[in-house]
Design a protein around this ligand. Structure first.
Ligand SMILES: Cc1cc2nc3c(=O)[nH]c(=O)nc-3n(C[C@H](O)[C@H](O)[C@H](O)COP(=O)(O)OP(=O)(O)OC[C@H]3O[C@@H](n4cnc5c(N)ncnc54)[C@H](O)[C@@H]3O)c2cc1C
Length: 435
């Protein structure tokens, strides 16, 4: 009996032991399971967090890349409409000529321009109901990333009309604009520029303030390290008009490939030949023949009407093909190159054309000898705003109500559909203008 009890006690304690063991095992397993689940949760959470961070980083990188792309695009293509620029420096270059150094007010990068291109300014002049639009060539190298520079000459009253006021825009720049002022500026543009991808030798011909695009071209050659041969002729009266004198001399001294020839037409007593200038007289075709080894160059011209006419005529007679002669007109006086005269049959057609100025309630026969629609409108007493008179500034834009026009040259600013730049076009058919 005792033995049976003892056996059953032994059995029951062995059972309890195995139960405890089982429970302990289960508890161990459960704990391991909980720990595993916790660890997995922790890992998943941490992976999620890392993925989130990676996403965030990627998003930031994407935004940065987009910004860079936009900046690069801006740097390539300029900007639309008006951008504010601060005048950071104004330097008097010589009598009535000032250089203006401009930085974007928004602090963003400056778009590249091509040497020879210009800026268009919208000037809010006191007493005018509309802004005055004026173009000024960029006078420094496009490699200069810190600022844009324009060099502006105050336009005096014409010598045959001394009672007239001096030029409105250039007087405003000369007499009113000061360092710290903010100006409204349109992006660089223009078809007159030096192709920096080419290496052929060039001749730069500048008269007076017409030096500005040429200086940009010469500076661009020097700054790019190019060894492109450039003969640079600059004609002024004397030292008092010698714009950017020190800069020109430095440019020639530091670059063997830039051959500078300064011509003074009326040297003063202080002017020293061989130092301040090399030639007495004007920059003309005879001087070119004397200095240049041949006529086999591409020519870039900018200056007064007389300067451009004498040189373009001279180059033609010397046998330089038209395709190698490029010029910039600073205004109506300088723009009169050979415009192709209409043929007799065209003249008959043109003489039949009616131009209606709808707002002025006038219909007039087109006069075939007239240069352009702006000139024609002004002759009829119809007021149309004008600026550069060279298809650049866009001041003379007028809406076409019906009819078509022909352009005498490709305008720098493409007019909106249904409008025309009257300073560089003629009617092609009967025309109704909103003027
Ligand atoms: C592409 C381009 C680039 C240029 N780059 C430069 C540059 O780098 N530097 C520069 O200095 N210029 C440059 N110019 C010229 C510039 O744009 C202006 O044409 C010039 O400054 C004269 O403008 P203004 O407003 O001062 O003169 P406006 O007011 O247009 O007057 C012009 C002339 O007319 C006279 N005048 C005024 N009223 C009358 C009247 N009632 N009757 C008759 N005459 C009158 C004035 O006395 C003056 O002589 C450039 C032009 C173009 C198109």
């Amino acid at each position: 009996m005792n033995a049976t009890i003892i056996d059953s006690l032994r059995d029951s304690s062995a059972g309890s032991l195995s139960l405890v063991g089982g429970i302990a095992l289960l508890a161990g397993l459960f704990t391991w399971l909980i720990l595993e689940i916790f660890r997995t949760l922790l890992r998943t959470f941490s992976e999620h967090r890392q993925q989130g961070l990676a996403h965030e980083k990627l998003r930031a990188q994407l935004a940065e890349t987009k910004l860079r792309c936009r900046e690069a695009e801006h740097a390539q293509t300029g900007w639309n409409g008006i951008r504010k620029f601060a005048v950071v420096k104004k330097v008097m270059e010589c009598d009535d000529v000032n250089a203006f150094y401009l930085k974007p007010h928004d602090g963003r990068p400056l778009p590249q321009f091509k040497p020879g291109q210009y800026l268009t300014f919208q000037l809010d002049l006191p007493g005018r109901d509309k802004p005055l639009i004026r173009c000024y060539s960029l006078s420094d190298s496009p490699h200069q990333k810190e600022y844009y520079r324009v060099t502006i000459k105050k336009e005096k009253a014409p010598s045959d009309k001394p009672e007239m006021p001096p030029g409105a825009g250039s007087s405003y720049f000369t007499d009113v604009v000061k360092e710290g002022d903010i100006l409204n500026v349109k992006a660089p543009t223009g078809h007159f520029f030096l192709d920096m991808a080419k290496t052929n030798p060039i001749v730069l011909l500048a008269g007076g303030v017409g030096i500005t695009p040429m200086l940009s071209m010469a500076n661009a050659i020097a700054a790019s390290g190019s060894k492109r041969e450039a003969y640079f002729f600059f004609g002024v009266r004397n030292r008092s008009e010698h714009i950017h004198k020190a800069e020109l001399e430095k440019l020639a001294a530091e670059n063997d490939n830039i051959h500078l020839h300064i011509a003074y037409s009326k040297p003063s007593e202080q002017d020293v030949k061989g130092k301040d200038f090399q030639h007495e007289g004007r920059v003309g075709i005879e001087l070119l023949k004397e200095i240049l080894p041949s006529n086999n160059f591409e020519y870039y011209l900018c200056g007064s009407g007389a300067f451009m006419k004498s040189l373009t005529d001279g180059l033609e007679v010397w046998g330089v093909p038209d395709k190698d002669v490029h010029f910039e007109a600073f205004g109506p006086a300088t723009v009169k190159k050979k415009t192709v005269a209409p043929s007799p049959s065209e003249t008959v057609h043109l003489a039949k054309i009616n131009v209606t100025f709808a707002r002025s309630n006038k219909t007039v026969h087109w006069e075939p000898a007239t240069e352009n629609l702006l000139e024609f409108a002004q002759a009829q007493g119809v007021k149309i705003d004008s600026g550069c008179c060279a298809g650049s500034c866009g001041s003379c834009v007028v809406a076409i109500k019906s009819g078509e026009v022909n352009y005498l040259k490709k305008p720098d600013t493409t007019p909106d559909a249904g409008t025309c730049l009257t300073c560089v076009c003629r009617p092609k058919s009967d025309l109704v203008l909103d003027a």
